[in-house]
Structure formats: structure tokens, C-alpha cells
Design a protein around this ligand. Sequence first.
Ligand code: PMP
Length: 395
Amino acid sequence: MPTRYAQRMAKVQPSAIGELLALGADPSIISFGGGYPDATLFPAAQLDAVFHEIIQKPGGASMQYAPSNGLPRLRDQIAGLMTADGMSCTADDVLILQGSQQGLDFAARMLIDPGDVIITEDPTFLGALIAFEPSQPRYAVVPVDAEGMQTDRLEAILTANPRAKMIYTVPDFQNPTGVTLSLARRKQLIALANRYDLIVLEDTPYRHIRFTGENLPTLKSLDTEGRVIHLCSFSKVLVPGLRIGWAVASPDILACMGLLKVAADTQTSTLNMAAASLFLDRYDLAAHIATLRAAYSAKKEAMLDAIRQHLPQDITATDPEGGLFTWLTFSEGFDTTDFMRRVALPQARVAYVPGATFFPLTPRANHARLNFSSPSLDAIRTGIAALGKALYANH
Ligand code: PMP
């Protein structure tokens, strides 16, 4: 690292597995790697129509600068969606972001001084760690089981970490494990955040893609003290290329994030905000999401069936109630990074994300994240069969 770079760049480095994932982009490889939605389900004709309409509109408003916190009409529509999801709010409670990723960056910049502690699930979303790193946090981690973050372990972690400022969680169909935080744990998490005066960063890009089971209340809807920052996004339910996400938070937090928004990029693209807004006016987002749910649910079933049929029995897979991922656990001592480099990519021609990369403190080698939303049903069956064959040959 050149000495002229600021201290905060010390840990800002390319991911150790970036090179490996780049190899997975080869079109002859079946990729279960990225967190991509199914591009064949993008509402392209509808987006074509709304972009055409907003650009043709006299006055050029969609091509002009817009308020830094987002177009009022879109904020109002999003407040409606959030209110329907149990978080009673108005347009004033919504800040439009350039994807929810920007909210992760802002939350860390707003709250974290070097050495302050962010509590995360273990494993957690890699992109969040990438966003947090320039703020030079330390991490304290809470293990995850089938009901999400093990909140009964949280109190001891909080006592041991007086500089803990924020808990980051993906409560619904977590990235990377696919698990969902139970209602009892949601309540416990909020109670502890209240007791220890913590901000809770609730990241919910997958929340609306539920296949089975009952919707659980968001942490924001359980928050009585204005300490939850709720992030959501159109990336998984509309298209990620729009780069539209948002935060719902208390007025003081939202004002602070609004100032960071001006500093970062002035505003999210007016064209994209106007297109999203008109899409919501003209089309039925809930119906589109229902299509996605059905398609991804079928793909998840196909992937789990193929895993049961083709992978060695000692490998377990989570069975998520929604979202985009399942999480594999191999036997202790198995190294998924090494296997991907030596066997999965060159021989089986299959890519996944080795699990080690999702652990903030102590990487565990015997996991892999598999995405089922992006590959076709055929690719899922062929790819898992090829992976199984390679595992049996090299186990
Ligand atoms: N949070 C989580 C948990 C994610 O998986 C992702 C994208 N994969 C994001 C945030 C960022 O999404 P976006 O910026 O596209 O809204």
C-alpha cells in the first residue's frame, strides 16, 4: 500500500477470491456464484415503455437534477409499500439511495470511528464488509443457525465490546446462508439494542421474495426508539441496473444520511427514479414479484432435489423460505476454495462462492454459497450433477 494513501485504505483491498470468481464468469462455466436475479424475468418491455414516456414528457423533468433525497412521488410510493409492510411512514421518512449498498456505506460513515465495533452475523454479506472497511471498524460476530443470528449469545458479546455501535443484520433469507431470523429473536435483538443503545442496520433486499411460511415483522416495525435503519431495494424485485434502494429511519438519522448523500453523489439518477416511479404507477409490482417467487421457488426446489440426488450425503444444504441462496456445509477439513480452484472450475466447469469469504473474523473453509435464481432449471440440474460427480471422484 503506497504511503501516500490514507490510513482508511489499509484494509480496502480486492477480495481474496475475486480472481477465482472472475474465472466463473467464463460462459462455458455454470455459475452458482453471483447474487444475480433471473435476467429472463426482467420486465424489459414495461421498462422500455416507461423510459420512453418520461423522456418524451415536455419540460424534461426526468432529465433534470432532482432533490438529493429523491423524487417526492417515488418517496411517497415507497412509503406506501413500507407502510403496507407494517412500517407506518410517509415520504419524509424515506431517503432514496443508489442501491441499498449505499446505505451500508452511509451507516458506517455516519456511526463508526476507527476501532468502533460493528456486530455482524457470522457469516455475513461480503458487500457489507466491503462497505464498512473504509470506516476502520472492528468486528464482533454472532453465529447463525437455522433461525438466524443467535441472539442469546448477543448479550455476552455486547458486554465484552463496550465500543459496539451498530448491529448489522440481514433478517430475511440471509446472504449467504438463506436463513431467516425468528420472531422471538427479532424481539430479543430489539430489546438488547434498546438496553445497550445500539443502532440496528436492517438490510432486507430479499424480504419480498418469500416462497413459503408467514411474513415476519421487520425489525423496524418492532422499533419503538427510532434506532433501526431499514434498508430495502428494487434490485431483486425489479432490476438491479436501476440502482434504486432506500432507507427508512428516524428523522435525525435520515437527515444525517441525507448529508452524506449530497457528498457522495448529489442524488440518485433522476431518470431511474422517474422510471421506477412510473413503473409503479403503470404496472403491478406485486404481480411481478409473485412471478419471481414462483420461479425462484421452483429453482430452489430443483437445486435441493439435485443436491439430495447427486452430492455426497455428508454435505448439508439450508432450505431457505425465500431469497436467492442456499448454503452448503461440507465435512470439517474440506476446503471449498481449494476444491473450486483445483476441481470445480477446471473439471466440473461449475462455480460457487467459497464460504470463507463471508466470515469477518475467522474464515471457515468448509462452506459454499450457491445461487439458484440466475441459472436455468437445466443448468441447475446439470451443474449440481457435475459438482456431485467431481466431489465423489475427489472426496
Ligand atoms: N444487501 C445484501 C444482503 C445484498 O445481498 C445486496 C446485493 N446482493 C445488497 C445489500 C446490495 O443491493 P443493491 O445495492 O443492489 O440494492
